[in-house]
Design a protein around this ligand. Structure first.
Ligand code: X2X
Length: 339
């Protein structure tokens, strides 16, 4: 009698667990206190998205599920231009954007993209983790966005083409090249005498495929992960500029997080940036052979005549005037005399 009562109670209580207690447990696991969107323009296979996934998992674990970050790669929420508006309005909470494109809102943010400014990664990280990066982040703050401390790597940019290799500045004359939406990019290719067209990244593959443009320029990690080699024939290792992505947050969304959560989130975002930098540098150093195997024909032009051409065209003097003496002095402290 006693045993069967116990058995009944046991069955009864497990029914309660499954039916009543179980339901709120499931509901709580599904909805975090803060569910934020993070948008970017790169394929899921790019290290940015691989590290972002780890980062989102680490944030969820360390905040005990209170903060959930959903990643939207490949410009799923819109072009860079659209997504910049969304992170400003708060429709998107986080967005990684090239400083050069961000310069449509924060003019100083394109300064790292000046042609041939950086000789190597050591100089890049010293400047971007140091005074130059701090200067740019202060300007971003004034535009009412938050930039995390560590900029993510895009890389040194190379030039691809469906028509001819680029070996000297003369090869750029009249060359129909896609550039991202940014006054600095347009200005630089005009100084080379090329015919630049501003196109957001989500339309680059199709614009190359349909020959709206003959070429584009991007680091090898993007040429590879976005499969641009399928629609391009030549790859010229021009190394003409270094480009990185600021990890931006909508200010109100950022400040809605209690301080303890903000600290955890920032820690994991910045740690992911440092891992992504290592991944991208390795890829950019090792992809040439793999891409050559896929049919891209490589050449390695001498950078000196390209830099001379920009100097002669008054490109550096023009941009020194635009950025102002303070910013220019900070840049030259890291990279030496430019103009
Ligand atoms: O649009 C590009 O070319 C890219 C992906 O490199 C940037 O986001 C600047």
């Amino acid at each position: 009698m006693i045993l069967s009562r116990r058995r009944l109670l046991a069955v009864g209580s497990s029914a309660v667990v499954g039916g009543v207690l179980g339901a709120p447990f499931v509901a709580r696991a599904q909805s975090a206190e803060f569910t934020y969107k993070y948008a970017n323009n790169l394929p899921v296979t790019h290290p940015m998205n691989m590290r972002a996934r780890e980062m989102a998992d680490a944030i969820k674990a360390e905040t005990n599920g209170r903060v959930e970050i959903n990643i939207f790669p490949s410009s799923q929420l819109g072009s860079d231009t659209d997504t910049l508006s969304q992170v400003r309005s708060g429709a998107v909470e986080f967005f990684t954007l090239s400083g050069l494109i961000l310069s449509t809102l924060v003019p100083a943010a394109s300064i790292n993209g000046l042609g041939y400014a950086f000789p190597d990664y050591d100089t890049v990280w010293k400047a971007m983790d140091g005074e130059l990066g701090a200067y740019v982040r202060a300007q971003i703050t004034k535009a009412n966005l938050v930039a995390m401390d560590k900029i993510w790597d895009n890389g040194f940019r190379q030039t691809t083409s469906s028509t001819k290799p680029i070996n000297t500045p003369d090869d750029l004359k009249g060359f129909k090249i896609r550039v991202p939406v940014s006054p600095l990019w347009t200005s630089m290719y005009k100084a080379f005498g090329a015919a630049p067209t501003s196109i957001n990244f989500n339309e680059v593959y199709s614009s190359l495929q349909t020959k709206v443009v003959d070429g584009q320029e991007n680091p090898l990690a993007i040429v590879s992960t976005a499969k641009l080699y399928e629609v391009q024939t030549y790859c010229s290792l021009t190394n003409h500029m270094w480009d990185g992505f600021w990890f931006l947050a909508n200010r109100r969304a950022w400040e809605r997080l209690p301080q303890d959560l903000r600290t955890i989130v920032a820690k994991h975002i910045n740690a992911a940036a440092e891992k992504e930098r290592e991944d991208v540098a390795k890829l950019n150093a090792n992809l040439q052979q793999e891409l050559a195997g896929k049919g891209l024909v490589f050449n390695q032009p001498d950078p000196a005549p390209f830099r001379d051409k920009l100097r002669q065209a008054g490109f550096y003097a023009e941009w020194k005037g635009k950025y102002g003496n303070e910013a220019w002095a900070i840049l030259e402290k890291s990279v030496g005399t430019l103009a």
